[in-house]
Write a protein of this length. Structure first.
Length: 116
């Protein structure tokens, strides 16, 4: 049986490797991702969000620092900071709900300051 921790680890590893298909494979059909710009529902809507993030973090000099990670039952929470060529992620969080081996809901927010 796939645990919440297993799914979270796969999700983070896939993102770290720049594996868009691996990231998207973690989501259930009809999954919803809540962002500061509004909700994204389903893999087709979620895909551009991760394409942009993966492209940004693939640029030279990107850093990522996991500050906290909690898993409780079907829920997971991460708190992190990061820096890319484009932005400083002063503080960011993701909260996940996972059922039947897939992410069914996620929220993301952060204090993101452009470097321009």
């Amino acid at each position: 049986m796939t645990t919440t921790k297993d799914i979270l680890n796969h999700h983070l590893q896939s993102f770290d490797k720049g594996d868009l298909q691996g990231v998207l494979s973690d989501y259930a059909p009809g999954a919803i991702l809540f962002t500061p710009d509004g909700p994204l529902k389903g893999a087709d809507a979620i895909k551009p969000f991760f394409q942009a993030l993966i492209a940004e973090f693939a640029k030279p000099g990107a850093t990522f620092n996991m500050k906290q990670q909690f898993v409780e039952g079907e829920y997971a929470y991460i708190l992190w900071t990061a820096g890319t060529a484009d932005n400083v992620y002063e503080l960011a969080t993701d909260t996940f709900v996972m059922r039947d081996g897939k992410i069914v809901a996620q929220s993301f927010t952060g204090k993101i300051t452009p470097k321009r």
